[in-house]
Ligand binder design. Structure first.
Ligand code: ADP
Ligand code: TZP
Ligand code: MG
Length: 273
């Protein structure tokens, strides 16, 4: 269904326009990466204890500036001064729960775009309810894996269901895996980049959600920003795999590849359809 007449918007249409539309999206990804490096947006991350360091390093490698404070008396100020926010519920504790509420309130009040990563909503009913409640607070985008999608949407992870979920939630939905699917209310695209070892590195998805937030900070169209983030991460993953022996070295090599990524690499490797 990518670029189908049902889902594509003007300029991103089916048929003969597919290649041109894909080319435009890769150009957008390259532009977004350039803007990240030039503008160095601040991204506040309320994320899990497993993901914190890798997420901060990935944001820095991409050009963004991370912060991670969860203290109740500081979160609002950090979010107000940030260009984007990511909310990740991977290791929920009382401090993070409180911080999430304060952060989203501040983001809404000050029009700071925010992105949701509903980690492990498939593992407990309480977490599923919390994930649903957060989604109802209207993130710009939500990045999640297949099990999390199935829990929140109640549907199988196929394109029509993802598109419907994006329409219903009014959020961009980025379902990641071997092929990433990114749906906005009227658009859907598949990004077939990345490497299977990426699934063997903890917090790769979490860091990807933070990169979506960073890209949204410099690209007002949340769907384009999300596609750009996942294309850049996927292409960096592929380039990194060439010089890696397994997940351990890949984790570091992705940071180097993202730091070094350019327009030519993106056009050479991006598989957007
Ligand atoms: N088999 C795979 N082949 C290529 N890329 C993958 C594969 N599995 C995951 N990825 C990539 O790894 C990143 C994390 O995705 P995923 O593993 O779905 O998230 P999570 O860590 O939340 O489960 C995404 O950018 C995705 O494209
Ligand atoms: C292992 C683990 N446990 C709680 S959060 C977390 C990290 C999950 O990261 P990702 O979903 O990106 O693999
Ligand atoms: Mg995850």
């Amino acid at each position: 269904m990518p670029f189908s007449s049902e889902t594509a918007s003007t300029g991103e249409r089916a048929g003969a326009g597919d290649a041109a539309a894909a080319h435009t999206l890769v150009e957008t990804a390259a532009d977004v990466l350039e803007r990240l490096r030039a503008r160095r947006p601040r991204v506040h991350c309320i994320t899990n204890t497993v993901a914190q360091t890798y997420t901060a390093n990935l944001l820095l490698a991409a050009g963004a500036v991370p912060s991670m404070t969860i203290a109740a008396d500081e979160v609002a100020a950090f979010v107000t001064g940030a260009d984007a926010l990511v909310i990740n519920i991977g290791t929920l504790d009382e401090t993070r729960r409180a911080a999430i509420g304060i952060a989203i309130d501040a983001a809404c009040e000050h029009e700071v775009p925010w992105v949701l990563d509903p980690v492990f909503v498939d593992r407990s009913p309480a977490r599923a309810s919390f994930g649903q409640a957060l989604l109802a607070m209207r993130p710009a985008a939500m990045r999640l894996n297949q099990a999390e999608f199935a829990t929140l949407s109640g549907a199988a992870p196929e394109p029509a269901a993802i598109a419907r979920f994006a329409r219903d939630s009014q959020a961009v939905i980025a379902l990641t895996g071997e092929t990433d699917l990114v749906a906005g209310p009227e658009r859907l695209v598949a990004v077939a980049n990345g490497h299977r070892w990426m699934a063997r590195i903890t917090a790769m998805g979490c860091a990807g959600a933070a990169l979506v937030a960073a890209c949204r900070a410099v690209e007002p169209d949340a769907w384009r920003a999300t596609v750009a983030a996942l294309v850049c991460l996927g292409v960096a993953g592929e380039r990194a795999a060439v010089v890696s022996a397994g997940p351990g070295t890949l984790a570091t090599a992705i940071l180097d590849a993202l730091f070094d990524l350019d327009r030519e690499d993106l056009h050479e490797r991006a598989r957007v359809s």
